[in-house]
Design a protein around this ligand. Structure first.
Ligand SMILES: C[S@@+](CC[C@H](N)C(=O)[O-])C[C@H]1O[C@@H](n2cnc3c(N)ncnc32)[C@H](O)[C@@H]1O
Length: 281
């Protein structure tokens, strides 16, 4: 695919937009005068990097990373950035970097009204930074762990930029897929129904969802582990639940949930798997 597309005929919106012939000048050209060269804008490539194992990055992701002039990635302040670490071997020499430090991670609860407001402001500022590069003709690879369209933060920038610049998405192996493979856990047979739930749901909502399915994946465990455990027990699923920390990464750990201590802290990269019917046929 040719990333060097132009958005020259789109009207300019705001200061970051490329302006082309349609932005006013075309009408005033002398007859026979050549049109001004179209402004070349960059393409936003949102790139899924897989669950952590560097071999689970797709060939397409590797190519896009090796061609991008700039790379953008979210990270916690003071950290290298997990996605940036996975992408490192594929980035071209001298690649320009747009490090997008989260203003906070666990300091503000998602229920706090300031959370949405401040995250919205943060994503707006990040989108403006990428828009400046794209307007200048740079292709930007926006990194995402797992698959971008599966709870990926990169979607918040994709949503803001997709109509303004050429955009392209490279899917990735999801974290849950990496985890159930490493746990050697066949998940779904026949007409089994899977629920994928964020651990941030409140207890009654989580229980209700679990009662309607055969198999479940519970993401975003963190400090929600006691609530998740209680909901699984209520749904009769706790006995077969598996807890996976940092699936496919070097320090991966896979255990039955019943072996996880009540006061253990779940790392950011952890999830709970409940397989559906086993040996269904
Ligand atoms: C914001 S979501 C992003 C999901 C990602 N886009 C994907 O496709 O898996 C982050 C959550 O995914 C789960 N996760 C992603 N990768 C994981 C891994 N390798 N091991 C365990 N959990 C993982 C964790 O529950 C984590 O809190």
């Amino acid at each position: 695919m040719d990333a060097a597309r132009t958005f020259a005929d789109r009207p300019a919106e705001g200061t970051d937009e490329p302006s082309g012939p349609a932005a006013g000048k075309a009408d005033r050209r002398d007859p026979g005068e050549a049109p001004p060269p179209a402004v070349r804008v960059g393409t936003l490539h949102t790139v899924g990097l897989g669950p952590g194992d560097p071999e689970l990055l797709t060939l397409k992701a590797a190519r896009v990373l090796s061609e991008a002039a700039a790379v953008a990635f979210f990270c916690k302040r003071g950290r290298a950035g997990h996605a940036r670490t996975i992408a490192a071997p594929h980035l071209r020499r001298g690649v320009e970097e747009e490090r997008l430090d989260y203003p906070f991670t666990t300091e503000l609860s998602v229920d706090d009204p300031r959370y949405l407001l401040r995250m919205g402001e943060f994503y707006e500022a990040c989108a403006a930074r990428l828009a400046r590069r794209l307007s200048a003709g740079q292709d930007v690879a926006l990194l995402c762990e797992g698959d971008p369209f599966f709870y990926g933060s990169s979607m918040y920038l994709f949503d803001r930029l997709r109509g303004r610049f050429p955009a392209d998405v490279v899917p990735g192996v999801t974290g849950m897929s990496g985890c159930w493979t490493r746990a050697m856990l066949p998940m779904l047979h026949g007409d089994d129904v899977l629920a994928v739930l964020p651990g941030t749901l409140d207890g009654p909502a989580m229980q209700a969802r679990l009662h309607g399915c055969d198999a479940a994946v519970i993401m975003k465990v963190g400090r929600n582990l006691p609530k998740i455990r209680a909901a699984l027990e209520h749904a009769g699923m706790a006995a077969r639940a598996i807890f996976v920390e940092r699936g496919t990464m070097a320090d991966e750990r896979v255990r039955p949930l019943r072996d996880v201590g009540v006061d253990e802290r779940a790392p950011y990269f952890s999830l709970v798997l409940v397989p559906g019917r086993q040996r269904a046929r």
